[in-house]
Ligand binder design. Structure first.
Ligand code: PEP
Length: 267
């Protein structure tokens, strides 16, 4: 049995006070949810205060990104040791908004949405090694754009991104990490991937892990779905055999909707 992980990715939202108020509101709503792991990923500036507010509860805190060096002349970056210092247990790596070519928006998404911050597969891999080396649980995101899906390349994209992210990772480490299938076209668009298809693609990722590390690792690794997961579709998605939780953006910004998703995982 894999314990579902429901993670809230707050992206560039919430002040320190707002983050702490959120934790205080969420705490009683999820106090009895044994059997589900709960994670909040605030902006860097709110990490330590969020972790302090969540101390002694079933709510964990993670970073949204990291750099692979521990310290040094890397302006604007944060490292695994500093995330641990702030109270983090997890870190999101390779979110689609961090991938792609810097400043070049995806053609099928409005504005500068999609893959915007330039992380390559190689960067994702280095970040994953840094997280594992320091004992942070990585949540590695993979997923295709609408154009890639329409061209019939979904499976190839997620297989390639998974393989590239896991390059050089040992089997013992692989079982502890979390992968997230996040179709880029479903993130923040209100357009959810239909649950059978989300489950199928999570299955493709699981088979890829099996090809790399064997059946036991494939069965142990947790694979989340992310992309417009909301209270009204969470139970359907989370009830699928290959989906072990959700990475939630928009619907994690309100304590009551996030709590409803957590409760859907428990049911
Ligand atoms: C995300 O940011 O990973 C995400 C899935 O966002 P949303 O739930 O808003 O689509």
């Amino acid at each position: 049995m894999r314990t579902p992980l429901i993670a809230g990715n707050w992206k560039l939202n919430k002040t320190i006070d707002e983050a702490v108020a959120f934790v205080n509101e969420l705490k009683p709503l999820v106090a009895d949810t044994a059997g589900v792991e709960i994670l909040l990923c605030p902006v860097f500036t709110a990490l330590a205060a969020t972790a302090r507010a969540a101390q002694g509860t079933n709510i964990q805190v993670g970073g949204q990104n990291l750099y692979w060096k521990d310290s040094g002349a890397y302006t604007g970056e944060v490292s695994a040791p500093l995330l641990l210092d702030a109270g983090c247990t997890h870190v999101i790596i390779g979110h689609s908004e961090r991938r792609g070519r810097f400043g070049v928006p995806e053609p099928d998404l409005a504005g500068d949405a999609g893959r915007v911050f330039g992380d390559t597969d190689a960067a994702v891999n280095r970040k994953l090694h840094a997280a594992l080396q320091h004992g942070l649980v990585p949540i590695v995101c993979v997923g295709e754009t609408l154009g890639e899906r329409n061209d019939g390349n979904t499976d190839t994209i997620v297989q390639n991104q998974t393989r590239a992210a896991l390059e050089g990772v040992e089997a013992a480490q692989a079982t502890g990490l979390v992968l997230a299938y996040e179709p880029v076209w479903a993130i923040g668009t209100g357009q959810t991937c239909e649950s059978d298809e989300a489950d199928r693609v999570c299955g493709v990722i699981r088979v890829t892990v099996g090809e790399l590390y064997g059946q036991a690792a494939a069965e142990a690794v947790r694979i989340q779905y992310g992309g417009s997961c909301k209270p009204d579709n969470a139970a359907d998605l989370l009830g699928r055999p290959n989906i072990d939780g959700a990475l939630v953006g928009g619907a994690s910004l309100k304590a009551d909707s996030f709590a409803q998703i957590i409760r859907a995982a428990k049911a």
